[in-house]
Design a protein around this ligand. Structure first.
Ligand code: ACO
Length: 382
């Protein structure tokens, strides 16, 4: 019998492609979009610029950014049918299920769905980025019983998202955190949802099909769904003084604490540092709710780092501090993961378009452990 192949469960440690989009340095805890440190992008850019950078590989000049932003604005409106799907399902289905269905449905409104040129796919990416944001805002509005708010082309991407979500012009205190989260969640190399996108797209299925697979993968609590679970844990903890007992009990019961740990980062996730930094700036004048959640988050962070940080490489990830920040902007917990998807749409599209430049069907192997040559038994003899 030949030597058994080595199995990389969960593709842990396996390189599947080359890319120039994003570098995650898991040891140093650094993240780069197209070579630019995430701190610089988060500090100086807006989402439109970050999305342009991811899709086109360079920072836009003024005219290019203006052109890209107006193309996004022109694609924000949603077809009536999609508004109806959202309105009919809001409150009855998981928002991520509504989002997945609505994004998938967008394909029937695009005459170029099957056109596989780079130019057509970049146009689809703009449609997807603009409309996914509108879809998420409309889901959030419908869940609170509000009808569709038409997009406002005088507003930037994040501002318009909040406007469509809340039906009124946003305040700077709402825009800043949402803009930050849009930028920080836009891209993160070949994570589970990006890989799912690539697997679907590597069959030469169209971009809508590919990103629909990405949304499906993002939903789970081990990936994008962790932001909601982390906030639900903070809600369950209730009073900050319960934090240590709650987390110790959970760990003793072998439960994972959502918002901690990462397949690649064995250091503090740089996005979590930026989000925590923002949260701390809110402490000058926080609402009682944000103050309470922040206190729980800081106590939880300290405990987890003391217990599992240096020893096990389990540090806060992007999802841990996101909840209190969203709460500060009045975003409800059910919308955290859909908002993550709206932001990550830029990264999924950038990766898919890059992968198609030198496409190879993704088809790994599995080691068959069952029997062979079994004798077929007719149904009446079983
Ligand atoms: N809390 C407690 N223990 C943890 C945690 C955690 N959050 N994360 C990992 N561990 C422990 C595991 O129990 C396991 O312990 P064991 O070796 O004693 O069995 C060990 O660390 C390794 O964990 P795995 O899950 O096998 O490692 P993997 O690389 O597959 O996990 C993952 C990465 C899935 C992100 C994991 O850390 C996790 O489940 N975290 C919680 C969910 C989460 O926050 N996901 C968001 C990640 S960021 C993102 O996707 C946007």
């Amino acid at each position: 019998m030949g030597e058994l192949p080595e199995i990389h469960k969960g593709l842990d440690g396996v390189y599947v492609s080359e890319s120039t989009i994003c570098k995650v340095d898991g040891t140093a805890g650094r993240l780069y979009y197209r070579g630019y440190p995430i701190d610089d992008i988060a500090k100086n850019s807006n989402y439109e610029e970050a999305a342009y950078l991811l899709l086109n590989g360079k920072l836009p000049n003024g005219a290019e950014l203006e052109d890209f932003s107006s193309k996004l604005k022109a694609e924000r409106e949603l077809p009536d049918k999609i508004i109806n799907i959202i309105t009919e399902s809001a409150g009855k289905s998981d928002p991520m299920d509504i989002l997945r269905t609505a994004v998938s449905y967008l394909s029937i409104y695009d005459n170029d769905t099957k056109t596989q040129t780079k130019e057509a796919n970049l146009k689809k990416a703009i449609k997807l980025i603009a409309k996914t944001s509108s879809i998420v805002a409309t889901i959030g509005a419908a869940m609170e019983g509000r009808s569709y708010t038409k997009p406002d082309s005088s507003l930037g991407h994040s501002e318009n998202f909040i406007y469509m979500l809340k039906g009124k012009k946003p305040t700077p205190d709402e825009v800043k955190p949402v803009e930050m989260m849009f930028i920080l969640q836009a891209e993160h190399s070949t994570n589970a949802s990006t890989f799912a996108t690539l697997v679907a797209g590597s069959t030469l299925a169209d971009l809508y099909s590919a990103v629909t697979a990405g949304i499906s993968a993002l939903k789970g609590p081990l990936h994008g769904g962790a932001d909601e679970e982390a906030l639900r844990m903070m809600e369950a903890i209730g009073d900050p003084s319960n934090t240590e007992a709650y987390i110790n009990d959970a760990l003793a019961g072998k439960k994972k604490i959502m918002g901690f740990g990462h397949r690649v980062y064995k250091a503090y996730d740089p996005r979590a540092k930026i989000i925590k930094g923002y949260l701390l700036t809110l402490q000058q004048n926080p609402s009682a709710e944000v103050k309470r959640l922040t206190e729980i988050a800081l106590r939880g962070e300290k405990l987890m780092i003391d217990k599992l940080g240096q020893t096990h490489g389990i540090w806060p990830n992007v999802d841990f501090f996101a909840g209190p920040v969203y709460v500060s902007a009045g975003i409800k917990v059910d919308l955290f993961t859909p908002l993550f998807a709206a932001s990550r749409m830029a990264g999924w599209c950038a990766h898919m378009i890059e992968y198609w430049e030198d496409n190879k069907l993704i088809r790994p192997l599995e080691l068959y452990k069952g029997e062979i040559d079994k004798k077929y038994v007719p149904i009446n003899d079983r």
